[in-house]
Design a binder for this molecule. Structure first.
Ligand code: ADP
Ligand code: ASP
Ligand code: MG
Length: 480
């Protein structure tokens, strides 16, 4: 059971989590928790300040966050437990102060020390949650997640190693056998030599999946602030609604193309062990949420959701040398490899290739090296929009319907068929919200009376609404 930052943002939220875990206690859960909301951002900001040479204010700026922790402890813990937690916060403050000083004096130490500092978010939240659970009669024990998740040395975005399976079992199984409920911080891990690492922003979901897979859990549950995976980002589409069932592939595509509710790497460990993933609302625990399962038969064939990812840069390389030549694409991708830049979407014509990248931090170096291969054009502030659903495999006419409702918006880099459950294209960021709202309307809301013409394919598109009794369908399914 993984609880995200907003599920532990204040004392009330902690109480809610404690109730959810207490109800599930007989099922022997393992609990994974993120830093309290906003704390990871504050810790990262403190590192930036330290790098700029302002170690004192780097630490001072964290004071409101320490106070938030202390007030949650005071409200929810008995006197002894609270004293222990106050000591933990005081120790964190002193240790973070030392680390800020080292960074200011030696900025080259930043990558590993940044992870060391950021990890305090999850150290403190897991200690606090374990203590709060004990107050609620749950036999919880904090576990150091760094001893469970073993990674490479790619600080800030570390890749878990296969040793994680055994390490997690060694740490967690003895506790479970002794009737305890382990509570570990998400997002953090350590290298073979024990140096702290982190798995990338939002990585607690991934920790839950890694640990769930290592322990052969019956289910991996992601508890968050919305009732499951929704048909679109609720910050863009007000009436986005819960998708009862998704296939692993659909969920992976949605996560990869921007549905923040799941970290993009969450699905793979579940796929490896065929473990269902459930996304539920920690503020409305009775709602069924979304169940993510292996077989697409379990996930009826329709359009399920629209995902989007802002801040995309498109790089276009044009060269007549491409015509009929072999080896050109290899050289092109080698440049991206050299500059450690991941490519999301690719489209090509006879003489040009367009590629989209999320992380443009090495853009100028990329531009220089790509310039050797052809002329390079760069477009910033683009948005990738992905329409996802198993129905794309075999429902004719979906692309036509999708594009007909946005026929006044400039669309590029259309890609369909590569994954067979995903239709992807690019628009200007300025038009993204409007595009998503219109697509949501035609795919999921047509009966609400949009005023736009409804179409024959709309009923196929909107099938996500008719997948049956949500709660029961979702609950009935279990592993194997
Ligand atoms: P947590 O702190 O629990 O990990 P996140 O903020 O990382 O929570 O993810 C949950 C948020 O993801 C939601 O509040 C919502 O704003 C956003 N989100 C974006 N796309 C979707 C989607 N398709 N379905 C559900 N939530 C989405
Ligand atoms: N606390 C980390 C973050 O904010 C990890 C997570 O929340 O999943 O990115
Ligand atoms: Mg998250």
């Amino acid at each position: 059971m993984k609880f995200g930052g907003t599920s532990v943002e204040d004392a009330n939220a902690f109480r809610g989590v404690a109730k959810v875990v207490a109800v599930a206690a007989d099922l022997i859960p393992v609990v994974v928790v993120s830093a309290i909301s906003g704390f990871t951002n504050a810790l990262l900001k403190s590192v930036e300040r330290a790098v700029r040479g302002d170690a004192r204010n780097a630490t001072r700026g964290l004071e409101p966050e320490f106070i938030r922790h202390l007030s949650i402890g005071r409200e929810l813990l008995n006197a002894d437990a609270n004293t222990r937690f106050e000591q933990a916060v005081a120790t964190a403050r002193v240790e973070i102060r030392q680390l800020h000083k080292i960074i200011t004096a030696h900025p080259v130490t930043t990558p590993p020390l940044q992870d060391e500092i950021v990890a305090y978010g999850e150290h403190l939240s897991s200690q606090l949650l374990a203590a709060v659970l004990r107050e609620h009669g749950v036999a919880a024990r904090q576990v150091d997640a760094r001893r469970c998740v073993k990674t490479d040395e790619n600080y800030g975005n570390a890749v878990p190693l296969s040793e994680t399976d055994q390490a997690a079992r060694n740490e967690i199984e003895p506790l479970v056998k002794a009737g305890k409920i382990p509570v570990l911080g998400g997002f953090i891990g350590s290298t073979a030599t024990g140096v702290t690492t982190t798995l990338g922003r939002g990585g607690s979901d991934y920790t839950a999946a890694l640990v769930g897979a290592a322990l052969n859990a019956r289910e991996i549950q992601i508890w968050t602030d919305v009732s499951g995976v929704l048909t679109a980002d609720p910050r863009v589409v007000e009436n986005a609604r819960t998708i009862p069932i998704l296939s692993y592939q659909e969920a992976a595509e949605l996560a990869y193309f921007g549905a923040k509710v799941l970290h993009p790497k969450t699905i793979q460990p579940a796929v490896d062990k065929n473990i269902p993933v459930r996304v539920c609302n920690s503020r409305a625990a009775k709602e069924a949420g979304t169940l993510i399962v292996a077989q697409s038969e379990g996930a009826p064939q329709t359009i399920k959701a629209i995902a989007h990812k802002n801040g995309i840069t498109v790089v276009q390389i044009t060269s007549a040398r491409m015509l009929g030549a072999y080896g050109f694409l290899r050289k092109l991708f080698e440049v991206f490899d050299q500059h450690q830049t991941a490519v999301d979407v690719v489209t090509t014509s006879e003489v040009s290739v367009s590629l989209s990248i999320d992380d443009a931090s090495n853009l100028e170096d990329l531009r220089a090296d790509l310039g050797v291969l052809g002329s390079v054009e760069i477009e910033k502030d683009r948005t990738i929009i992905s329409v996802v659903g198993e129905g794309l495999r075999n429902t004719p006419g979906i692309a036509a319907k999708v594009f007909s409702v946005i026929d006044d918006i400039n669309v590029s880099m259309i890609s369909v068929g590569a994954s067979s459950v995903n239709l992807t294209f690019m628009v200007d960021e300025a038009h993204a919200s409007e595009t998503i709202r219109r697509l949501h309307q035609v795919c999921f809301e047509e009966s609400i009376g949009s005023g736009r013409k409804s179409s024959s394919a709309t009923s196929q598109l909107s099938g996500a609404r008719s997948t049956g009794p949500i709660g029961r369908t979702a609950r009935r399914s279990s592993r194997g």
